[in-house]
Design a binder for this molecule. Structure first.
Ligand SMILES: NC(=O)c1ccc[n+]([C@@H]2O[C@H](COP(=O)([O-])OP(=O)(O)OC[C@H]3O[C@@H](n4cnc5c(N)ncnc54)[C@H](OP(=O)(O)O)[C@@H]3O)[C@@H](O)[C@H]2O)c1
Length: 355
């Protein structure tokens, strides 16, 4: 029998996830959709996903969605809510999410305990993953570490220019690109604090899974001002405002850096001279015996012509598929937390078209 899925959020990532659910070979069935905007309330899910009408009406009413019978919720809102996730878990539905809960053991104990109690009460499990945080900062390094004799330091660098990322609410409202540089800090607003916390959690995940015995993870950010104005979709990023954010989350044991995630993010494509210059995309370096390096990028295709928007969207597809492909394993997992380190390697369900 197909696993029944609710989509919670129909943004760039959520839509890609739900289109995969609609694939008749997926072994998944879409039974509900939670939306936030009034404009989408009551709209048929098919219309939201550029597909034929399918008789599943999206709803902005949480109770209506929670009352549905479903095996798993694909949770991809812009802003997360522990209350919502607890209610979903308590209602007996598993949760896969691209937004948070990547390593719930290391979130604030009060939240951790609530999520765990809700999962146990509902007999459900919760799994957070995606691209980064997710596969590249979790599954991939853990897989490569299988070839390590010793590890001195593990570093993941993400270099990306966000100018072509069309979730501009995240770029400008949440990440505060375009704001004065002095307004960018780890605790400047709830979202930056939240964003920093999820990468901090990811460093803990790797360190815990590799038994690195770190005693702290520090977070630092350097904001860099734009030299020129830039038009980014319907926004203008003004010269002098934030166009670059370099974040470093470093896990240390007795002061020695062992695990680091560094993001080198720009909007407007002005790359600060003094920043490190890995290739665009993600570079994973494991210094040790042996020392290893892997560079990752996703595109719409390496063979056919594709627009920049299609190429950029490939990262949304990757993010979405990482959790959609995990659904059967998460539904089968013991109630509680099912992290990247706990689940068997997540692999494509129907990539080659077979059922
Ligand atoms: N782990 C990773 O690698 C990775 C990569 C990319 C994104 N993400 C995360 O995945 C999530 C989805 O990203 P996205 O690019 O799809 O974002 P997006 O395109 O901005 O989608 C936003 C979604 O959030 C909903 N929303 C609107 N107002 C909201 C509110 N007040 N509270 C909560 N949700 C609200 C929107 O609902 P309506 O459409 O109904 O208005 C929409 O479905 C985000 O949390 C993002 O940070 C993770």
């Amino acid at each position: 029998m197909a696993l029944r899925i609710i989509g919670w959020g129909t943004g760039a990532v959520g839509r890609e996830a739900l289109r995969a659910v609609l694939d008749s070979r997926s072994g998944l069935e879409l039974v509900g959709v939670r939306v936030y905007s009034d404009a989408k309330d009551g709209v048929d899910a098919g219309a939201l996903l550029d597909r034929e009408a399918m008789g599943v009406a999206a709803s902005a009413d949480i109770d209506t969605v929670l009352a549905l019978d479903a095996d798993c919720v694909v949770y991809t809102p812009r802003l997360t809510s522990i209350d919502e996730v607890c209610a979903i878990l308590e209602s007996g539905k598993n949760v896969v999410t691209t937004a948070f809960l990547f390593h719930p053991q290391r979130i604030a104990p009060v939240d951790r305990d609530r999520v765990l109690a809700a999962a146990l009460a509902g007999g459900a499990s919760v799994h957070g993953c995606g691209l980064n945080p997710g596969n590249l900062s979790g599954a991939l390094p853990l897989a490569l570490s299988g070839m390590s004799r010793t590890i001195e330091k593990l570093t993941l660098q993400e270099r990306a220019d966000w100018s072509v990322y069309d979730s501009t609410a995240i770029t400008f409202d949440n990440m505060r690109f375009g704001a004065p540089v002095e307004e960018i800090s780890v605790t400047a607003n709830d979202f930056l604090a939240f964003n920093s916390a999820i990468f901090t959690e990811q460093v803990w995940l790797l360190a815990d899974a590799l038994r690195a015995g770190i005693d702290e993870v520090t977070a630092d950010v350097e904001a860099v001002a734009a030299q020129h104005d830039h038009e980014i979709f319907d926004h203008v990023l003004r010269a002098g405002t934030t166009a670059g954010q370099r974040w470093n989350w470093v896990g240390r044991r007795e002061g020695e850096p062992l695990v680091e995630i560094e993001t080198l993010w720009t909007v407007g494509n002005e790359y600060p001279r003094h920043w490190p210059k890995p290739r665009h995309g993600w570079t994973l370096t494991i210094e040790g015996d042996p020392s290893m390096q892997a560079h990752f990028m996703s595109l719409a295709s390496f063979e056919r012509e594709a627009s920049m928007l299609e190429h950029v969207n490939s990262a949304n597809v990757a993010t979405a598929m990482q959790v959609v492909n995990a659904v059967p394993a998460v539904c089968a997992a013991a109630p509680g937390f099912a992290t990247i380190a706990d689940l068997p390697a997540v692999r494509s369900l129907i990539g080659f078209g077979n059922t």
